[in-house]
Design a protein around this ligand. Structure first.
Ligand SMILES: [Zn+2]
Length: 394
């Protein structure tokens, strides 16, 4: 009897694991087509070491599922002409990047290529905000006639607790305890995935910037605030209530300026774009509506006050990153935000601050600006939605 049970049990385990293997192979092939397209079946077999027959079965399945389409045919100098495979561009994702002042809604294909977008002001009130996002999404959906929309990914300037399904911490977006997902799902009939902006940028880096080899990676987003997204041993670090990564709210000086979180002297009040503007205003008069981009161009025009304000911000960025280097020892730190447009100013200062703090036995992480053009958060929302079908890193 006992033996019989054991046999039944082990058969079940075996059946489950061959299914798992099939699923993993399917995801690997799907990702190879995503990253190497156009690619032939023979290329796929060579790239992942699976047999041609196995590849053919997986590809047939992906074509039947409408994820992959065939064509065009290659023209090799001799031999059989291979048929190339690529992702079906008719399957699209709607990405929403909510920032404290403005929100972008965009349509992307599975390659993270955006085909349309709309920018709206972010209402300060949660209900009005979600309503405005819904209206914008519905307009985008109407423009996607004939395409299959996979879902909606939303990047938020705060921490989102998956268990509570609520934004639990967003000092720069005063939306409070409000259900964001429910009304959007109801109005659109689509699945909605929500994620912190910095975590979304980690996904974007791994998915679209070919950093999939980096297992320990930190993304630092610099905008109105400072966010960090952390990947440790290849996994996104979420922590209790999704709160991991709030280095921006570690106080560097308890007597410093008041922060949106209620504390004083947090890293972000010294190193965010708002901080740079404050340094500029403190040093003399300036128009109230001056933006961070204006500050960058004033610096380029030789305004020394602007140059100094940015340099102070850069020093504080580097000083804060010492916490990250000492605490997490990442291989890479990727910086996202408008500061990357002036990397010639920021890079060397941040680098020297970080280098000064590398502990003996440690080595400095590779520090680099994100190589996207301001789309990291949005591309992260695309990865967020595609994870359920493509995710091998999730
Ligand atoms: Zn704070």
């Amino acid at each position: 009897m006992a033996t019989g049970d054991q046999t039944a049990g082990s058969t079940r385990i075996q059946a489950a694991s061959s299914e798992v293997v099939r699923d993993i192979n399917r995801r690997i092939v799907l990702n190879l087509i995503r990253t190497r397209h156009p690619v032939s079946r023979a290329d796929l077999a060579r790239l992942c070491g699976l047999q041609r027959s196995t590849i053919s079965l997986i590809v047939e399945q992906l074509i039947a599922e409408n994820w992959v389409v065939e064509g065009p045919t290659g023209r090799p100098p001799r031999g059989r002409r291979p048929t190339f495979l690529r992702l079906n561009e008719e399957r699209v994702i709607i990405g929403v990047d909510v920032r404290p002042l403005q929100t972008t809604v965009a349509v992307s294909d599975a390659h993270g290529k955006f085909t349309s977008r709309e920018v709206i002001g972010t209402p300060p009130d949660a209900k009005a905000g979600v309503d405005a996002i819904i209206q914008c999404i519905l307009r985008m959906m109407a423009s996607c006639q004939g395409k299959k929309i996979e879902g909606i990914g939303i990047s938020l300037p705060g921490r989102f607790s998956r268990s509570a399904d609520r934004l639990v911490f967003a000092p720069n977006l005063k939306w409070g305890d409000f259900d964001i997902r429910g009304p959007i799902m109801e109005a659109t009939g689509l699945e909605v995935e929500l994620e912190n902006a910095a975590n979304a940028c980690v996904l974007a880096a791994v998915w679209f910037d070919h950093l999939e080899e980096s297992r320990n990676l930190v993304v630092v987003t610099v905008s109105e605030g400072i966010g960090t997204g952390i990947m440790v041993n290849g996994q996104l670090l979420r922590g209790l209530n999704g709160m991991a990564g709030e280095f921006g709210h570690v106080p560097l000086d308890p007597k410093g300026p008041l922060c949106g979180c209620g504390s004083r002297g947090c890293w972000e009040v010294f190193a965010s774009n708002r901080a740079a503007l404050r340094y500029y205003f403190e040093a003399g008069s300036a128009p109230d509506e001056l933006t961070f981009l204006d500050l960058l161009s004033r610096a380029d025009q030789g305004d020394t006050r602007a140059v100094n304000a940015l340099e102070t911000q850069a020093h504080y960025l580097g000083r804060g990153m010492r916490m990250i280097v000492a605490g997490l020892a990442p291989e890479r730190i990727v910086v996202v935000g408008d500061v990357t447009r002036a990397w010639h100013r920021f890079g060397p200062v941040i680098e020297s601050e970080v280098q000064a703090q590398v502990l003996s036995g440690g080595s400095a992480p590779r520090l680099a600006p994100s190589d996207e053009d301001g789309n990291a958060r949005l591309r992260g929302t695309v990865a967020l939605v595609l994870q359920k079908d493509f995710g091998v890193y999730a």
